[in-house]
Design a protein around this ligand. Structure first.
Ligand SMILES: Cc1cc2nc3c(=O)[nH]c(=O)nc-3n(C[C@H](O)[C@H](O)[C@H](O)COP(=O)(O)OP(=O)(O)OC[C@H]3O[C@@H](n4cnc5c(N)ncnc54)[C@H](O)[C@@H]3O)c2cc1C
Length: 233
């Protein structure tokens, strides 16, 4: 094993592997050490989203670079990272949300990110059914994406698998808010249009009890009492 290199990168997550790749490409002799296996850290858990509509200038430019980079990576390495590029539709229902999108927009412009604002009237003129179908959840999945039913079934099945693997025990699942809502709606047998009818606060805890014959009881929801005393220093 080499004992001397120009750059030693510690940790083979998204950040370490990217730094090692770019340093090596820039002509630096680079070595990467990983204590477990590549992507064993938080990178393994990430959804891999690279939204181009962000609050931060740096984040937007890094994401823009990454989107272009993933497109060229397969051609260079022959390995498919499973990255797919899709559009992004955001709805503002309040002036505050609109102000937030205007800020995103000004950042997006600095990275030449194509975007457009449409009023409900303009959306209606383009596709009379779309707006109504969106709010009544009749819109099918985005191209290459999942339908709401698929998201519900997938997230609920993942929780059931974890519960089945630890019968009689307690299972802690950490996940994104929307995944929690989809999973809950499915497990509690809620109708499709009620899927996003409740909000899950960041770091909150939701408790479910799994009985025999698959019966599920919601025993706690959106509990973030543990975070109330935390004060930023
Ligand atoms: C559920 C979830 C969803 C997410 N979704 C997104 C998303 O959609 N989009 C997005 O941009 N980000 C997302 N993130 C955030 C993203 O995953 C992280 O910001 C990113 O993976 C951090 O990468 P990293 O390389 O810094 O850390 P890690 O991936 O944690 O890598 C650190 C590596 O260092 C190794 N290591 C640690 N100590 C040592 C040592 N002493 N010696 C050798 N090796 C060591 C670890 O084993 C690990 O492999 C998500 C995160 C989570 C948890």
């Amino acid at each position: 094993m080499k004992t001397h290199v120009k750059a030693l990168v510690i940790g083979g997550g998204a950040v370490g592997t990217s730094i090692a790749y770019h340093l090596q490409k820039a002509g630096w002799e680079t070595m990467l050490v990983e204590r477990d296996e590549l992507t064993a850290g938080s990178t393994w858990h990430a959804a891999g989203l690279l939204p181009l509509f962000n609050m931060g200038y740096a984040t937007t430019h890094i994401h823009k670079y990454s989107v272009d980079f993933y497109k060229s990576l397969e051609a260079e390495t022959g390995l498919n990272a499973g990255f797919s590029v899709c559009g992004n539709l955001r709805m503002a229902q309040t002036q505050e949300r609109m102000d937030e999108y205007m800020l995103y927009s000004s950042v997006a412009e600095t990275a030449d990110v194509y975007h457009e604002f449409l009023t409900p009237k303009e959306i209606g003129e383009r596709d009379a059914e779309l707006l109504r179908d969106f709010f009544t959840m009749k819109v099918a999945g985005a191209p290459g994406g999942e339908t709401i039913e698929q998201v519900r079934e997938r997230t609920a099945a993942a929780v059931r698998r974890a519960v089945d693997a630890h019968e009689g025990g307690q299972v802690l699942v950490v996940s994104h808010g929307n995944a929690i809502m989809a999973m809950l709606a499915e497990l509690l047998g809620m109708p499709r249009e009620s899927t996003w009818s409740f909000a899950v606060a960041n770091t909150s805890m939701t408790r479910l009890q799994f009985g025999r014959r698959g019966r599920v009881t919601l025993t706690g929801f959106n509990d973030h009492a543990h975070a109330l005393d935390i004060v930023a220093e």
